[in-house]
Design a protein around this ligand. Structure first.
Ligand code: NAG
Length: 291
């Protein structure tokens, strides 16, 4: 649904030429932009109110957050809220979005930013001012901020607006070595390709996966479990000698019992398909609640 007045200008020019020679013109593109004179001679905007090709919403050719509404032949110039850009996928929809999934490379201009506390623009996701706060960012709506913290071990990636692994975010000062107090032990290449795992020396519930043997990513076991560094897998904490008391003070023995031995599923009715998959616990729970 690309929609650019320069293209339309060419197209309209063609159309006039073709119309005068009475040759039908076939084109996949709809002539649906504000008229070329709006670009060629902006001071005459007032005169062009009758030249809207069809009703709808159309992107400006140069400015990503500017668009036009055409209604009954009238053109109204509009601006998205600061920080948002016009989504031109569907001319029937008036839609401004955060810029992450929209391509503004062909119309890169934007309105002057209206900053406020922690917000570079009124709307959007913005990195923390302190470059060492790798996992913190601000979400701004109408100039009001909310500080958000990425899940443990992740870094805010301002190119995508989401939390990702430090090695993926590639943010200066926020590499795996800066974020984690953990260095992957040196291993040979063959072993490195198995993405070896190592217990987090400071937290029984967590472990590091060393991608290709050298890039650590922090990962965790579920509640009640600990990473068993001998068998390289998550195990109930009480069965991992060095972590047996890890949940003391956080979970009672009864709570740990319940985690380790959740209610057993009811036997399946005779004749049902044998399945190697374990019955899904959440479903059973739902049934029990309903009873
Ligand atoms: C690589 O290291 C692993 C684990 O230390 C070892 O078992 C293996 O023999 C080594 N392979 C080579 C090719 O050196």
């Amino acid at each position: 649904m690309a929609f650019r007045s320069k293209v339309t200008f060419l197209f309209l020019t063609c159309l006039i030429v073709l119309a005068s020679s009475a040759v039908p013109k076939k084109s996949g593109r709809k002539p649906a932009n504000p008229p070329p004179r709006a670009v060629a001679d902006p001071e005459k905007d007032a005169e062009i109110t009758n030249s809207c090709p069809e009703d709808g919403f159309f992107a400006d050719a140069e400015q990503c957050d500017k668009y036009y509404e055409c209604r009954n032949g009238e053109i109204i110039e509009k601006l998205c809220p600061d920080g948002m850009v016009f989504n031109d996928y569907n001319p029937l929809e008036e839609k401004c979005d955060l810029p992450f999934n929209l391509d503004c490379s062909q119309r890169p201009k934007l309105q002057e930013p209206i900053p406020s506390l922690h917000c570079v623009r009124q709307n959007g996701y913005f990195s923390h001012e302190d470059p060492k706060e790798c996992g913190k960012f601000y979400y701004c709506v109408d100039g009001k901020f909310n500080m958000i913290t990425c899940p443990d071990g992740l870094v805010y990636n301002d190119k995508t607006g989401i939390c990702t692994w430090p090695d993926e975010a590639k943010k200066k000062g926020c590499g795996a070595a800066d974020v984690f107090q953990f260095d992957c032990p040196a291993v040979n290449e063959t072993f490195g390709l198995t993405h070896p795992r190592y217990a987090d020396p400071d937290d029984c519930q967590f472990f590091y996966v060393c991608i290709n043997g050298n890039t650590p990513r922090r990962s965790g076991c579920k509640l009640g479990q600990a990473f068993d560094d001998v068998n390289k897998k998550c195990e109930w904490a009480r069965k991992v000698p060095e972590c047996a008391d890890w949940y003391k003070g956080q979970l009672t023995d009864a709570e740990l019992d319940a985690l380790e031995n959740p209610p057993t599923p009811k036997p399946k009715p005779a004749g049902s398909q044998p399945s190697r998959r374990k019955p899904q616990r959440p479903k059973l729970k739902e049934v029990q609640i309903e009873e």
